[in-house]
Design a protein around this ligand. Sequence first.
Ligand SMILES: C[S@@+](CC[C@H](N)C(=O)[O-])C[C@H]1O[C@@H](n2cnc3c(N)ncnc32)[C@H](O)[C@@H]1O
Length: 300
Amino acid sequence: MRRRFALRARMSDFSPNWLALREGVDTRARDLSLPANLVAERPDGAPLRIMDLGSGIGANLRFLGPYLGRDQHWLLLDSDAVLLGRAPEAMRMWAVDQGYGLSPAGEGVRLVGSVFSATLCWRRLDLAAHLNTLPFDETDLVTASALLDLVSRDWVDDLVRHCSAHCCAVLFALSYDGRMLWQPKMGADRHVTYLFNRHQGWDKGFGPALGPAATDYAAQCFRKSGYRVRRVQSDWRLACADATLQEALVRGVAEAAMEVDPDQRAQIDRWLIQRLGCIRRPASALVVGHFDLLAMPPPA
Ligand SMILES: C[S@@+](CC[C@H](N)C(=O)[O-])C[C@H]1O[C@@H](n2cnc3c(N)ncnc32)[C@H](O)[C@@H]1O
């Protein structure tokens, strides 16, 4: 789980399997009114130029592309070579499944669907170190999914400055907000969640992570820069049908909690065993709190 749930600062924290496992649940959870808002506000005509920060194997594009419609140009950025290596194949499989055309285009690919078309270019980049090298001046929308809770205050400050200087719209999806609500309840749930949330504040490569405070902080910064901000809950709602994801998540939560307080290993282990025992029961459920955030620049 250390490799899966933003628990460490290493570049290889996110396995392609974990990202594939969560994609369906992310799609279910994400808010649809925010992309609709974006479409309404953007003039038609030239391709919509989009940067996806921490793009992984491309889930954000697969969600947003069809909603945004029209022609799009995507720059997909990630530091993880393994994920970037898997992304084109994940996109090809999706295109086949959806009946979209896919052909090589320069160093990327061209995707043509019935409601949208897009040119996709991938670039390997450490966003913590090289944010200032990105082409904000040639970007209409800066977006990320499941990234904002990993970054630091300083990094958000820099990002807001760049976006604001070039009037980029911003959409951050699926930022964890600190809530984990299990059914059936157990006595140790709150304490384990507390330990896990402390872990979420550890450095994930960008400096001390904002963790559950990320959406609040980013919203506040964009508002101060004159942006109009909308924030909508996009909670994961997991049932026993999501048992594989739940199991991976619960193991990761326990591992993180033990790292924060190794003295409580035995208690956390007991919690883990009981939790794993519940997951496949029909009444078992887990809500994991997330927010989607849209920030629109002030009119020029
Ligand atoms: C939770 S995953 C989300 C991936 C994808 N957006 C999705 O929704 O499936 C976080 C992503 O951020 C990337 N990432 C983490 N630190 C990074 C950094 N310093 N520079 C660039 N990408 C980074 C990871 O490699 C990973 O792909």
